[in-house]
Design a protein around this ligand. Sequence first.
Ligand SMILES: [Zn+2]
Ligand SMILES: [Zn+2]
Length: 334
Amino acid sequence: MTVNGYAAKEPKAELTSYTYELDDIGPEQVDIKVHYCGLCHSDISMINNDWGMSQYPFVPGHEVIGEVIAIGNAVKNVKVGDKVGLGWTAGSCMSCSQCMDGDHHLCAESEPTIVGRNGGFADKVRSHWSWAIPMPDGIDMSKAGPLLCGGITVFNPIILAGVKPTDKVGVIGIGGLGHMALKFLKHWGCEVVAFSSSPDKKDAIKNMGATRVVNSKSPEELESIAGQLDFILNTTNVTLDWDAYLTALAPKGKFHNVGAVLEPMQIPAFSLIMGEKTVGGSPIGSPALTKTMLEFCVRHDIYPQVEEFPMHKVNDALQHLESGKARFRIVLKN
Ligand SMILES: [Zn+2]
Ligand SMILES: [Zn+2]
């Protein structure tokens, strides 16, 4: 089968039309016709080979919303014609302890959608059936793409940390990931404090459900919230004043990191010890939790705020994201 997509031919290159052939479909594989594909910062990191694992020609795209057009003879869970989503992961071994425990996203053999294979900036993409997540009835397909990677990345920590509706929580960085976290936590029932370094976004942030916006550049404002938060989710990838945020936690509070900060995090041990606080992190989430998240989104009408570009304008979309002007996620439409 022929796939028509957009590929970078070398690191940092513009994407150009690229056609490739898929082998015969495997017994447990599904082919998905791409209707929409979200654009995630990881796509840019992979185009630029920031993580040293890109292979060229490289077709990005790992927030796919589409329709199953072909299945192998041992596929379960989905059939031709089903609407599905495909995120960061396109396959896992299905037999290791993590897979058997339902933590397929922690499988050492898992196959990322855009590492060593081609992604969703194309008319078709292939995956293992377990990662083709069925879309719940009533979902808005045009906005759902970013939920498959960014969305589940910030939803999983809410479950992992056992966040309760009565909790007072914080989200650091109200961008692509953070604005989804804010909406999830608001609908979870929490009182949500947003930490932002962009005062110009304050009204938009409050409209999305934050009860208070703290200027993360102001040590005085950070100090004013000391000891109050049960859970803080960091969505930024820069070095912060970690101690100030640990101080903002209430006793037994949890600081959870999903931003890929490259520098080591300097965490003072006493900031953890005295209040029994913990620091953790997580990647995406399991297929089952992704499905649960999508149902939660339909129930509460939670969607990322998206800007739509036609797929053939993919380079404009990439530039818009890189310029920092995207509000807040970009979706490409086929
Ligand atoms: Zn992503
Ligand atoms: Zn496995």
